[in-house]
Design a protein around this ligand. Structure first.
Ligand SMILES: Cc1cc2nc3c(=O)[nH]c(=O)nc-3n(C[C@H](O)[C@H](O)[C@H](O)COP(=O)(O)OP(=O)(O)OC[C@H]3O[C@@H](n4cnc5c(N)ncnc54)[C@H](O)[C@@H]3O)c2cc1C
Length: 426
């Protein structure tokens, strides 16, 4: 095995690697940490723009109950609203739809009860492992202070909306996920600052949440470096598998390992095409903004207003309002209308202070048609592992993905079933 050259930006002279990981969002970073825990030497390669990562700007919810993929029977009921641009949860850009045709076809094919049920069944053990895998990581590095333990709430504005969630509640019960239906009065007892317009709520009691996903990521990054990990800031532009090694090229520089892990989030398509893979991936963009607390306002846990399609997540220094989906290309210019309407709705839900200047953010969820991640060895490269496509649940499931990837590379059985996540399924 060739040894790696000097790592310019980090000022570190690297050892020969066991594994090279591309992407240091929550998924890649957790892969690196889990591999390190097995005693393997790891190089992490990342473009080095933390604010550009979905892992930085998400709502920080870690819920065992996030098992229903977006593709489901309701897509057909709401189709007219999507097309007309009247649905707050999903905005479409036609150019992106045209460029993501294989994804769109797969998504529509998966939009039925049977497929949604199959995805939910495949996701349940994975999301169930999310909270404990986070806590294990937090305990390993002394990071418990970033976590909240009060679950999370889905809010409904009328009985009809609550009744429409009956199937979801039944599925959660089938999978043993603890959820309590709350009346308006019970909701007020739990979260007194919320507006009285919500008639019902669903409380996923075992969910965790994080006060600052970006700060947590920074601490994990530092832990990876402190554990002897090598970090290279740069764009990986070529991946080559030779007989017994994988070489990742960053400009003219090569980084080699016995294995490569691709965890590039929404940028997966760019890396996969030169390797000869055309997976039906798309980008579900989302926005956030921070708003100051008002002195008399409290919120103990994140909330999702099903009618307004936004999340309000309490963060250390204010709240973060996040939006639903904008189906767009990764580099399309931002369109802040979805965010503005989410913020206006959020202000009706909770008395809030001023917008935090320059806190508006846009990020990209890496999306697959069936809402399942892609985790497994590349079909035609036995030294490259794929770990991307985590859509709406990547922050919650990053740590368990890390464990799975480390198990795959160490030839151990995965801690949860992963057959449904195989790259071969497309
Ligand atoms: C508004 C919003 C709210 C969300 N809320 C939640 C939530 O509450 N809970 C939850 O679980 N999930 C949530 N998500 C989803 C979650 O954020 C993502 O699923 C997750 O962050 C994906 O992590 P990742 O590591 O795969 O990707 P990323 O965090 O995007 O990281 C990928 C990294 O790879 C790097 N990279 C890509 N290509 C290359 C290359 N060629 N060379 C070098 N580096 C490269 C990128 O620079 C980036 O740093 C939300 C997402 C959004 C947008």
């Amino acid at each position: 095995m060739r040894s790696v050259k000097t790592i310019r930006d980090a000022g570190i002279v690297a050892r020969p690697n066991d594994v090279v990981v591309v992407g240091a969002g929550i998924v890649g970073l957790c892969c690196g940490l889990a591999l390190q825990e097995r005693g393997l030497s790891v190089t992490l390669i990342d473009r080095g723009e933390p604010r550009g990562q979905a892992s930085f700007g998400n709502a920080g919810v870690i819920s065992p109950g996030s098992i229903l993929p977006l593709a489901g029977p309701s897509v057909w009921r709401n189709f007219g609203r999507y097309i007309g641009g009247h649905e707050a949860a999903v905005r479409l850009r036609w150019s992106a739809l045209a460029a993501s045709m294989p994804w769109a076809i797969g998504f529509l094919r998966a939009s039925n009860e049977g497929s949604q049920l199959r995805s939910a069944t495949a996701l349940a053990p994975f999301t169930a492992a999310g909270p404990s895998a986070h806590i294990a990581l937090a305990d390993r590095f002394g990071l418990r202070q970033y976590y909240r333990y009060g679950g999370w709430l889905k809010l409904y504005r009328d009985r009809a909306a609550f009744d429409a969630g009956k199937r979801e509640r039944a599925l959660l019960a089938d999978h043993g996920i603890k959820a309590a239906a709350l009346s308006a009065a019970e909701l007020t007892d739990l979260e007194p600052s919320l507006d009285a317009r919500f008639t019902h709520a669903l409380w996923i009691t075992d969910a965790l949440s994080v006060d600052s996903p970006g700060a947590l990521l920074e601490r994990l990054f530092e832990s990876f470096a402190a554990g002897g990990g090598t970090i290279r800031i740069g764009v990986a532009d070529q991946i080559i598998q030779e007989d017994d090694q994988v070489v990742v090229k960053v400009g003219g520089e090569g980084f080699d390992g016995r294995f490569g892990v691709l965890a590039p989030g929404a940028w997966a398509k760019h890396l996969l095409q030169p390797l000869g893979y055309r997976l039906p991936l798309a980008v579900e963009r989302g926005y956030h903004r921070h708003i100051d607390w008002r002195a008399d306002t409290r919120l103990q846990r994140p909330i999702h207003d099903a009618g307004g399609a936004y999340v309000i997540a309490p963060m250390g220094d204010g709240v973060r309002v996040t939006t639903g989906v904008e189906l767009a290309l990764i580099d399309d210019p931002p369109d802040f209308r979805q965010l503005e309407s989410a913020v206006a709705e959020a202000r009706r839900t909770l008395p809030l202070g001023d917008d935090v200047p320059e806190s508006t953010w846009l990020g990209c969820r890496p999306s697959t048609p069936d809402g399942l991640p892609v985790i497994g060895f590349a079909p035609r490269h036995d030294r490259i592992v794929f770990a991307f496509g985590h859509g709406h649940i990547g922050f919650a499931t990053g740590p368990i993905t890390g464990t799975i990837v480390a198990d795959l590379i160490s030839r151990r059985p995965a801690p949860v079933p992963i057959e449904a996540f195989s790259p071969d399924r497309f």
